[in-house]
Design a protein around this ligand. Sequence first.
Ligand SMILES: [Zn+2]
Length: 278
Amino acid sequence: MVVDVHVHTFPDNLAIRALQKLVDKADNRITTVGDGTVGGLLKQMRAAAVDYAVVCPIATRPAQFAGILAEADALRSGERGAEAAAHLIPFASVHPDDEARFSHLRQVAERGIRGIKLHPYYQPCVVDSSEMLEYFRCCRDLGLVVQCHCGFDIGFPLDPVCNPARIGRVIRSVPGLRLIAAHLGGWLQWEEALSHLVGQDIYLDTSILPMNATEDAPQRVLREHPVDRLLFATDWPWLSFGEGIDFVRSGMGSLAHEQLVLGGNAARLLGIKKPAPW
Ligand SMILES: [Zn+2]
């Protein structure tokens, strides 16, 4: 079973423009591998035999909470098609500045949505601030998985709001929080991830860009972190499923480990009972 714990989709009518904006913001240093729509995602999942993908929305304003929740419901109910309902696992998004954040987090959990996405650059916050520790305690107590961008962001080069040292403080301050640190714990900050996160009780997702796949530091994170705390991810549409799977395989010593990282660990974390073959 293959489970990708980190993909993004955009509404059909906005996807091209939204992706172009992100590429521009990154000075064309990143390229897309897909069109960013639900349909485009499902097509590529099918081609690569990816059973499930966790869809990670990002509320850039508190008011987007309700719309994002409605979209998650639409994906799960079949309103976006039977394939979306069978293969996609939508997360929700609660902006850290949302005055109703605690009741909104509760609402997410009560709907049976398994987690939330957090992106501290697009939802400005400092991950280890006292306000955010309270937010994370609420997530933990509700049983919500938190999928958090970690490390550098190509669009925000100088601001370390979610670097590995800060993420390390979060996991020490909120024991029991089920936190997925994206990009192997800190995109372009893997030396710091090695010293602050590797070996700790934290899930690291394997989404990186193709140009990082053979670099020494990300390879070391992949080899040295406990195998039951690594989760396959692509950050689609920024990395293809094929390249992402190859990267995981490049760091695993056995087929059993490969299977854990590609899907077994995510199944356990997210309560997935069985594969969803195409
Ligand atoms: Zn992402």
